[in-house]
Design a protein around this ligand. Structure first.
Ligand SMILES: Cc1ncc(C[n+]2csc(CCOP(=O)(O)OP(=O)(O)O)c2C)c(N)n1
Ligand SMILES: [Mg+2]
Length: 358
């Protein structure tokens, strides 16, 4: 089968680059807001892992389901955004206003200030609610697509998991169940080589987490997580395989966690990880890799490749000029709406704990 990325138009490839910038700027902008004292709560950076976010989501249908984890915050607004639909209010994703409302804990947030990060979901947008129990969304996703299959639907579900969660019992139980019943659920493993302070060699004695698939009799693919087009190819292979009724698969995306587990861990992480390991891990920025490939194909010029130099820059170095104007404008809209929105009423605190009404 040819690689799905070979069928992407020039405009689609440029849009994927734009989505990489959007994901990166979301991270940079929020860290800046926090440093300025305008934002509270912990931020879990997706810096350096944007190729996984964009490459996995870009080819999905709106009706497909995703279950993001803490490191995937831009997924909430990038779902079903392909084809220029980022600002379409009817697409099956969340708006930047909703996502920023969540981060600021405002009335506009889907979680209405119960959390500042990824503990949200949307039945309307087909985003399975993220929970703290890592790998706990795999059985939920399996159940969602099982129900869909029984009622004649053809949706697939993508669950996102750090390599750390592959050691959870539920990871095995859920994928085994999905394999036995040939459920269209794809487990994407974001192997960023660290689970909080635990490196992969204390978690798994082999090189590739994709080999977990052998134990369930399903395909296990490996993608270069720094290359958005390689992620797209591997995920689209898995999506087509699942949609055709063949069942689940695992896609391991190799990447590197650029900073601490959350921003509260940045200083500690700089101590528990070797400097050269971190430098090496950050050296293939997904924006730079995508630009190089687009330049080689003649889709962008050398001057364009050298413009908007966000690559390789952390939040303290990156400036607005390093990003396309529309990217900055999109986030500005989200941030301003969140800052202006009121907090929910205090009485709301007890809402949704028990079922209300009959
Ligand atoms: C079942 C479970 N155990 C422990 C935790 C605490 N915890 C939250 S994030 C995290 C590390 C996760 O590492 P990984 O799965 O590799 O994802 P990453 O943060 O690297 O993206 C841990 C141990 C949890 N949330 N759930
Ligand atoms: Mg990890």
């Amino acid at each position: 089968m040819e690689n799905a990325s070979e069928l992407l138009t020039k405009d689609q490839q440029l849009e994927m680059l734009m989505h990489l910038y959007l994901a990166r700027y979301f991270d940079v902008r929020l860290i800046k807001e926090k440093k300025r004292g305008r934002l509270k709560g912990t931020l879990y950076s997706s810096h350096n892992q944007e190729g996984i976010i964009v490459g996995s989501l870009y080819g999905l249908q709106g009706t497909d389901w995703i279950s993001p984890i803490h490191r995937d915050m831009p997924m909430f607004f990038l779902k079903d955004a392909a084809g220029g639909r980022l600002r379409d209010p009817n697409r099956m994703g969340m708006s930047i206003e909703e996502v920023c409302g969540q981060v600021w804990g405002k009335v506009t947030s889907p979680g209405r200030a119960r959390d500042n990060w990824s503990h949200i979901g949307s039945k309307r947008a087909h985003i399975i609610h993220s929970t703290s129990m890592l790998a706990g969304t795999i059985p939920v996703a399996a159940g969602v697509v099982y129900a869909d299959k029984l009622t004649g639907g053809d949706s697939v579900a993508l669950t996102f998991n750090g390599e750390g969660s592959t050691a959870q019992g539920i990871f095995h139980e859920a994928i085994n169940f999905a394999a036995v019943h040939k459920l269209p659920v794809i487990t994407v493993i974001e192997n960023n080589q660290w689970a909080y302070g635990t490196p992969t060699d204390l978690e798994y004695p082999l090189e590739d987490f994709a080999r977990r698939a052998d134990g369930y009799g399903i395909p296990g693919l490996i993608a270069d997580g720094q290359n958005v087009f390689d992620v797209y190819d591997k995920v689209m292979w898995a999506v087509e395989y699942a949609r055709a009724g063949n069942g689940p698969s695992i896609v391991e995306c190799k990447t590197f966690r650029a900073y601490g587990h959350g921003d509260h861990d940045d200083d500690r992480a700089a101590k528990y990880r070797a400097k050269d390991e971190v430098e090496q891990g950050r050296s293939r920025d997904p924006i730079a890799v995508a630009k190089r490939l687009l330049l080689e194909k003649g889709i962008i010029t050398k001057a364009q490749a050298e413009g908007h130099m966000a690559e390789g820059k952390g939040a303290s170095e990156a400036r607005d000029e390093d990003f396309p104007e529309e990217v900055v404008a999109y986030l500005k809209q989200g941030v301003e709406s969140a800052v202006a929105a009121p907090l929910p009423e205090a009485q709301e605190g007890g809402m949704w704990v028990f079922k209300e009404g009959n």
